[in-house]
Design a protein around this ligand. Structure first.
Ligand code: CAA
Length: 384
């Protein structure tokens, strides 16, 4: 192992592993069927300090490093990917953006309840016609007296229903490209903010994904995050951290799929012996474990660069690209190894396979990660 974890990091990992496998795992399969949001789990996760892990203690967080966060998030993902995506969005793009760009007043008002897990946050960048290309968004925010009036529709918002506060990007100047995009902290009870219906998704079914519709939604002008025109950079910087989270989530689900496959291979008998004795299965297990290990190294490498305050955009995209592609291969192999049983809901690999499918899509598709990586290597920009 390239990384030698500290005592504190190992303690956090072991505490979250115990909680995850005892509490989170207990209802994960059922919630996949019922789509019930795990409110109680988040309450406990808040008490354990998992909802604003990298936020300093003075703002209600735990003040731990990114490595500890990756260890914790992948342990939650091991049991329930729906729970882990909410944890990921909350910790990174929501809490870290307010920590980095928020005023002292915003930190007291919004960050403290978010980081302590009292409320859930969301991040709204994507629109119906602006997914991979957020610069083409059309939501607007117009200043009027001491208020901004927001109009537009945001799509595929994680925790759109269950959040109490949402970071929203909108155009404050239509003539200046990304420099005309600003970010706002919008309480969910703001007048003119309407939650659309929940998407019926293939996976991550216990995490709600909705449209957010802004119809002359009024917020105080002091709720702008950073300055006018900072919104695109805030989103991009937030996504750098967010992508480490999605990579960590991928690692957790992949490890769960591998462990389930090993368990199955040691029990299932065909041709007179357990299938774990068959070379074809052993090679699959070796490949799955090797791919997970490679992903793990990339993730901890990106996380430690972030902790050292180095620029880590390229490494976060590499970790996200590799780990999200990897978990799709690993969960597909896990289903295959289970044969017909992998195709039915009695075995967890069926859920892992569905949950993992979106990991190469959200927080930047694999194609977008390749653009970010190549732009950073070549240092000249290519059009997507
Ligand atoms: N950090 C800070 N600033 C950054 C940055 C970063 N990582 N990346 C770019 N910027 C800045 C640049 O410096 C530039 O500013 P200047 O002009 O002042 O220098 C500005 O942003 C524009 O950058 P680019 O010209 O490189 O932008 P681009 O249009 O060529 O490419 C992109 C941008 C990489 C394609 C970007 O649009 C992108 O990442 N798209 C994917 C969007 C995405 O990931 N959406 C996910 C939705 S959120 C989600 O899924 C959350 C959820 O709920 C789970």
């Amino acid at each position: 192992m390239l990384f030698k974890f500290t005592e504190e990091q190992l303690m956090i990992q072991s505490m979250v592993r115990e909680f995850s496998r005892k509490i989170v795992a207990a209802s994960a399969a059922e919630r996949d069927k019922t789509k019930e949001f795990p409110k109680d789990n988040f309450k406990q996760m808040g008490e354990l300090g998992l909802m604003g892990m990298m936020v300093p203690l003075e703002y209600g967080g735990e003040g731990v490093d990114t490595i500890s966060y990756v260890l914790a998030l992948s342990e939650i993902a091991y049991s329930c990917a729906s729970t882990s995506v909410v944890m990921s969005v909350q910790n990174s793009i929501v809490c870290e953006s307010i920590l980095k760009y928020g005023t002292e007043e915003q930190k007291q008002e919004f960050l403290a309840p978010l980081a302590s897990g009292k409320i859930i946050g969301a991040f709204a960048l994507t629109e119906p016609l602006a997914g991979s290309d957020p610069m083409s968004q059309t939501t607007t925010a117009v200043i009027k007296g001491d208020e901004y009036i927001i109009n537009g529709t945001k799509r595929f918002i994680t925790s759109g229903e269950n959040s109490k506060v949402v970071i929203v990007t909108a155009k404050t100047d239509e003539s200046t490209g990304h420099k005309g995009i600003s970010a706002f902290i919008v309480p969910k009870d703001s007048p003119g903010l309407i939650v659309g219906q929940q998407e019926d998704k293939m996976g991550l079914r216990a995490s709600d994904t909705t449209d957010l519709i802004f119809e002359n939604c009024c917020i105080p002008s002091k709720n702008i995050l950073g300055k006018e025109g900072d919104g695109f950079k805030i989103a991009m910087a937030g996504l750098d951290g967010g992508r480490i989270g999605i990579a960590a989530q991928s690692m957790g689900v992949a490890q769960a799929a591998l462990d389930a496959s090993i368990k199955y291979a040691k029990q299932r008998k065909q041709f007179g012996s357990t299938i774990s004795k068959h070379q074809g299965i052993r090679w699959q297990i070796a490949d799955m474990a090797t791919q997970i290990e490679a992903g793990r190294q990339l993730i901890f490498s990106a996380a430690s660069m972030k902790d050292r305050k180095e620029k880590y955009t390229k490494q976060a995209s590499m970790a996200k690209l590799f780990a999200s592609e990897m978990v799709n291969k690993v969960t597909a192999k896990a289903v295959q190894m289970h044969g017909g049983y992998g195709f039915i809901r009695d075995y967890p690999v069926e859920r892992f396979y569905r949950d993992a499918r979106v990991f190469t899509i959200y927080e930047g598709t694999s194609e977008i990660q390749r653009i970010v990586i190549s732009n950073n290597i070549l240092k000249d920009k290519r059009k997507p």
